[in-house]
Design a protein around this ligand. Structure first.
Ligand SMILES: [Zn+2]
Length: 70
């Protein structure tokens, strides 16, 4: 089973990721190479932090300006 990164299309060969064409007639499984996995995690993290911050700011504004309408 050959692992292919679904982001950058690198394939895993002998525990290293390299940019090469996917061999034909080979069973492939999709995943993330460490680089794209990291990037994905950072993106997710930023997204989660961003939405939490957004909610927190919204709550804070409601407390500080209860009369304000949104
Ligand atoms: Zn990748």
């Amino acid at each position: 089973m050959t692992k292919v990164c679904c982001e950058c299309k690198q394939i895993k060969v002998n525990n290293t990721w390299e940019q090469s064409p996917i061999p034909l007639k080979v069973a492939v499984t999709h995943g993330y190479c460490p680089k794209c996995y990291d990037a994905l995690m950072k993106k997710l993290h930023r997204y989660m932090v961003g939405s939490m911050m957004g909610a927190a700011v919204c709550e804070l504004e409601k407390t500080m300006f209860p009369q304000a309408s949104y």
